[in-house]
Design a protein around this ligand. Sequence first.
Ligand code: WT7
Length: 640
Amino acid sequence: MKPLTRIRSHRDYLDAYAKSVEDPSAFWAEQAESFIWRKPWDTVLDWNFSDPDVRWFEGGTLNITENCLDRHLSQRGDKPALIWEPNNPEEAHRTLSFRELHAEVCRTAEALRAKGIQKGDRVCFYMPMVPELAIGVLACARIGAVHSVVFAGFSAKALADRIEDASCKAVLCSDGNFRGSKQIPVKDVVDEALAKGCKSVETVLVLQRTGQDIAWTEGRDIWWHDALEGMPTESAPEIMESEDMLFVLYTSGSTGKPKGVVHTTGGYMVYSAYSFLNVFQPEENDVYWCTADIGWITGHSYIIYGPLLNGTTTVMFEGVPTWPDAGRFWEVCDKHKVNLFYTAPTAIRALMAKGSEWVDKHDLSDLRVLGSVGEPINEEAWHWYHEHVGRKRCPIVDTWWQTETGGIMISPLPGITEPLKPCKAMQPLPGVQPIMVDVNGNELTDTEAEGLLCIKHPWPSILRTTYGDHERCRQTYFSAFKNLYFTGDECRRDADGHYRIIGRVDDVINVSGHRLGTAEIEDAIDEHADVVEAAVVGYPHDIKGQGIYAYLICAHHVDDHEQFKNDVLETVTRVIGPIAKPDHMQIVSGLPKTRSGKIMRRILRKIASGETDRLGDTSTLLNPEVVQEIIEDSLHGKVS
Ligand code: WT7
């Protein structure tokens, strides 16, 4: 079997890129051949973006875990596959070799089978960052069950919505979660979610992590260790069709409830592996650490699948960057001799604010490549990362992609894309064909351009649908511009053809790298009985990238603003989770609206950003007078 093609030089990149555009099927077939398929595919690619209907490697059968685990056993059986660093540095870390990880995945797979979970069933995860989360995810893939990982910071209601949307048959959770100095209930939240309905759930598998007291529902709940008792360390992989569903991952959009982005098996495998190899350029004995949570796509593609498919040692971290102190990331890099490090701008900014002494005192000489993901990185953070973490030796790969793209789309290649331009994602990976358009869908053909970012040809890990609602997938991504996948992002291309991603043009905001829909936060606020209407916008925030600014209309006169606002925060926490709590709230008597009744968010965004001199014409509004009132109140500090 030929290995995946590694790009080693700029020439290699140009050749690979040209080939991938001239003959995408031949290009990706060559990459796909480096994996174990139980049966080869008949057709490499069949697609249209109007339904949309995209199929990669149809006719081929495989199991992704054979490619992540089994095939490494002969060459790398004793090599560390997973290094787990616990929240508390005093607790021992854990290392699982490929052989051990394989055995644990098999035992867990058999335990799930024993619980009646079969190919196609959906399994929800609501867990802290412990090895069993990665093991459980792979165990699902082993038996063909569809994993749906929900970030453990979401509320019971948000969890219940996601469980119900995909009719999950089981929930995998822990008793509690250690996070910094806090101990957080997990099973209680699951119980609360399941009390809301979720009739499809038959089994709750509970990992003992904190040992805290939890309630127990006989017949439904089972301890993880009891379920695994006596299970064999070999488990026959379920043979999957290439286009069988691998996982669902919920993400926010500009309207309505979060939608379940669906990724399938063959294409996702090929692209997550190929992109990991070329963007991080791992060597055989490298240690790679991505600080994301597995509750987000970054954790799926670049903690679990991408590294393991390449036989790379992956680090999983349970804790937070600032506990016990602001040096924790760098202490962990030093402790495990991390070579490849991948984190988010929000973490970089938070640590930068604590002072560079926290990083300067650690030995980071093993670092070779630094990655950034999730939001635009600002110049200051980029330079701090480059100077203090990378000590000016390590290239930064600013990787642009999305839950929907499954893998990194636009990124420099380390040591290959030179010179680096700070804050630019630079160039598309082979197989990725970006196109920029104006709002009318006209292609911007000049190299130097600013406009909307679309992709014109499928890549192997493009989303296939949104769970249970294919029309929503078409509407959201494939209807704005004919025959194009629309990303929702705006970007700028310089005279050299290099891309800088500016950010979302829809009502999606990116708070500390967490993607939230403003409509979703408004709906949550509206659940408060005394709120008549709410409008939420993002505004620039030093650490979080974007902060959440909420304008509220109250049902009656409120005397105690503090109490009222605290109640609203509690409501948002209950409906979505603490990540969606507004940073600022302003009580207003009205919201600026067009004559057709649409809230003018553009104006609210400007006010929230303090750009009140650049409001544009407000005279055509239904109620221009409220604009002045909102501005005055915001200037007079009637905001908290
Ligand atoms: C949105 C997707 C991709 C994994 C994490 C986020 C923004 C992502 C970058 C970057 C500028 C970026 C975009 C995108 N984004 N990476 N390197 N530079 N913006 O996945 O939650 O699906 O969010 O994050 O706006 O559309 P996600």
